[in-house]
Design a protein around this ligand. Structure first.
Ligand code: DWN
Length: 428
């Protein structure tokens, strides 16, 4: 029998029949016709920074968001083929000290709380560059990454982490459990929202998770998205925008239970879920009930909430463009800080190009020297900010505001000002 990695790669290498499909039914409850409440327009996937020769033929895909009245799931209306978005992936988990510290802390807490033993198997789905799993090495566990990005396999390997190049699925879960055994810990940090087939994903968790194992998932929380108008976190990679209620439906379907949940500040506000094989039909723990009540209270199961959100998004766009136009009319120079995926959503949705932002500075070498998808704003290393001293820097990577403002005190001392957009537009 061919080793799993060869079979797995053939899964990835199959030809892309259709670049984009319409998600007609709800991806959790299957009820037809989720209601569209916001369109951000058509734009390239926000992590696809074009090479020079691609500038004239970038692919633009619609970014329309719908709400399922039946189960409450907020989801994209269209699904871009995962191979287009993830096979050559420019985002790396190690792009910020904030994220590195966050993951180191999570690894430490997980290893201690769930008493992982030497030789226990820890699997990270969406393992990216291996940053997270590398923090488990000191616990002498066996680690395995699963990630569709071919370009990141060697980066992970340089950290001593083996990545299987594949999208997680029940088939991959079977291959892994046959070759490596069941997992004591499975993690998925900013991954579940990206899963094209949630049934197949959770079937895979059920297959791979050992009897007393734990599945730890983290992803942006819909409460934060709606309460802080974080519309730029809506992008082609994020197919689902979760509240707890619809998630419980799919967990119960696969006899999995949510035994712990916690709100955390990372990425503009996320939740961390502790999931295991159902032990008894126990009712939900108190923190789960608290969040269900909160979701009900702020109207997350009601279409009007999203219609009001959409109105606020349009208003934020108008207000930002008015501010930028006024600064430009005063002859001010404005640049962007952080060529983040969310920043590319904002720029494309607002039609902001090099006529407004002269350039964007970013710490990731792979992004420097490129231009932003769809808007073609040139990207430079961060040091250009102090060299050039533009009057204003639009903070596109607002989720790392503390870290970025902290490292740019000299720019502010010399009179530079940051423009923030989340939770509201303000100049610092
Ligand atoms: O789900 C996802 C979220 C979690 O992260 C991924 N699918 C994609 C990614 O979105 P993103 O591109 O918005 O991620 P970041 O890490 O929020 O982007 C931050 C950008 O800012 C990076 O390009 C790096 C840059 N940066 C910088 O230039 N200087 C970041 C920091 C902290 C800095 O000091």
């Amino acid at each position: 029998m061919r080793p799993p990695s060869l079979i797995i790669n053939s899964l990835i290498m199959k030809k892309i029949e259709k670049e984009i499909i319409e998600q007609k039914n709800c991806r959790i409850c299957g009820s037809s016709k989720p209601k569209m409440f916001l369109s951000l327009g058509s734009m390239p996937p926000p992590n696809m920074f074009p090479q020079k020769e691609q500038l004239k033929n970038e692919s633009f895909y619609p970014l329309d968001v719908s709400f399922c009245k039946n189960c409450g799931l907020v989801q994209l209306k269209h699904v871009v083929h995962p191979d287009i978005m993830f096979r050559d992936y420019i985002y790396v988990t190690s792009a910020s000290q904030t994220m590195i510290k966050h993951l180191a802390n999570l690894a430490e807490k997980t290893a201690k709380r769930f008493k992982v033993q030497p030789n226990s198997l820890v699997v990270d789905i969406g393992s990216n560059d291996g940053t997270f799993l590398s923090h488990f090495k000191k616990f002498k566990v066996r680690t395995l990454g699963i990630d569709p990005a071919e370009n990141l396999k060697d980066v992970a390997k340089s950290k001593g982490i083996e990545n299987i190049v594949a999208l997680f699925s029940n088939r991959i879960a079977n291959l892994v459990s046959r070759k490596y055994g069941k997992a004591k810990v499975i993690t998925a940090i900013n991954v579940v929202a990206h899963a094209g087939n949630l049934d197949d994903f959770f079937k895979g968790i059920k297959t791979l998770l050992s009897e007393n194992g734990v599945f730890i998932a983290e992803f942006p929380y819909l409460v934060d998205l709606v309460e802080k108008d974080e519309f730029d976190t809506i992008y082609h990679e994020h197919l689902s925008y979760f509240s707890i209620k619809p998630l419980l439906l799919i967990l119960e379907k696969y006899n999995l239970e949510l035994f712990g949940v916690k709100r955390i500040p990372i990425h503009g506000g996320s939740i961390r879920l502790l999931i295991r094989h159902s032990r008894n039909k126990q009712k939900y723990p108190h923190p789960v009930k608290e969040l269900l009540n909160l979701e009900e209270k702020i109207g997350l199961y009601n279409l009007d909430t999203y219609r009001n959100f959409a109105e606020r998004v349009e208003k934020k766009k108008e207000d930002l463009l008015k501010l930028l136009r006024s600064l430009k009319s005063q002859g001010k120079k404005i640049v962007g800080y952080g060529a983040a995926a969310k920043g590319n959503i904002l720029l494309n949705f607002c039609g902001i190009g090099p006529e407004t932002l002269s350039y964007i500075v970013d710490s990731i070498p792979a992004k420097q020297g490129k231009v932003t998808p769809g808007t073609h704003i040139p990207i430079y290393p961060e040091k250009k900010l102090l060299e050039d001293m533009p009057e204003y820097a639009l903070l596109l990577a607002w989720n790392f505001a503390d870290e970025i403002l902290g490292k740019n005190t000299q720019y502010k001392k010399q009179g530079g000002k940051f423009i923030l957009i989340v939770p509201e537009i303000k100049i610092l």
